[in-house]
Design a protein around this ligand. Sequence first.
Ligand code: UDX
Length: 441
Amino acid sequence: MRSERPRLSVIGTGYLGATHAVCMVELGYDVIGLDIDEAKIERLRAGEIPFFEPGLPELLAKHIDGGRLRFTTSYPEVAEFADVHFVCVGTPQRKGELAADMTYVDAAFSSLAPHLTRKVLVVGKSTVPAGTAARMESLLLDLAPNKDVELAWNPEFLREGFAVEDTLRPDRLVFGVHSAWAEQQLRAAFAPVLETGTPAVVTDFATAELVKVAANSFLATKISFINAMAEVCEVTGADVTKLAEAIGHDARIGRRFLNAGLGFGGGCLPKDIRAFIARAGELGVDQAVSFLREVDEINLRRRVRTVEIGLDLVDGSYHGTHVAVLGAAFKPNSDDVRDSPALDVAASIGRRGGTVVIYDPHAMQNARRMHPELTYVESLIEAVTGADVIMLLTEWDEFRAMSPERIGALVAHRNLVDGRNVLDPVQWRAAGWLYRALGRP
Ligand code: UDX
């Protein structure tokens, strides 16, 4: 085993795995990436990232011909090559349930294990329900020919849109290990990151698993807290953006993740809090996380409220109206539409009879696949031309920079819902717009 600079494998090449693989090459490692999806592997081999993530295509282009990064669909090849294997497959929400679908994690471990003939470290990075690591450890010991194979759990905290930065310069590393040897392998696999002073929290499996869901639960709670305050602001005439600014100055509270608006979506926060509720139920500690149900509900209520505010502006009925929806991604700088609040609102307006015309700088293809019944156009200008109401639902820079006069000259009626509280109400109202937002007069 080359513990100085171990050779790495990354199993699963979605948002997390592809980013991890490419960034580890950038950090100086030899890496092999595996996916069972042939088409995805072909695209990666051709130097193409199958999703939108700023900075990642450039990094892949830099390394694809350098001989230190390759992609495969073969588990034997991966097992032969690597000393440390990172499992980065997804744990989506199960259809019709709160719990996480563990199919991909189980499949990755069971496919890799039978090929492990020398002592290596297998590292789980996927976000999983408590108890998974212990289960994967017994699975490895059952299926691996070499019984000295070890497991570690190393949760990942990267944000889409900042995935490269978060992987190269994370604010912390968490190592869930059962031995000093496993810790040493992880330290070797993250040496360049640790050398820059990044703190490493070394702990047991259960804590490492929980750190991730606890962090995401906290972030979701913070967002729903400010959105609950927005609900109160709406009936008292207060301004939630000023409220956030004022409480955010208290260092104990902090201003980050206090942006009130349409709420959270994406492939992580919503499904992670739901999976946590489900797992806590199984473990008999439902009460400990029952507040997360409320966090989820506050979040979903904001979508309903956004549809209602738009309804006010079109005099009580969406029938026969042209609604320009700006944004489909769950947040800017991503093409991810999983549990996207923007797309949810757009679909709901479509069901109520509005003609929904959507523009998003990068998420159109994914959005169209999920909601083919809605209309998609190629530019902001096309979307707003002739609109009865504009709904800004994902705060891309292009939308933040809109001029009320220029856009005003294109629409049929100057009605605007700022679902992300990013425009200046004074400026828009001065240009003759009926400006409405969430939690702001
Ligand atoms: C999140 C966590 O931040 C990350 O650490 C974890 O690894 C994966 O889940 P991500 O899903 O990429 O990352 O997005 P994030 O930036 O956290 O935003 C999540 C959602 O919350 C978005 O829909 C965003 O629009 C919303 N949000 C965020 C708010 O509504 N208000 C805020 O103040 C911040």
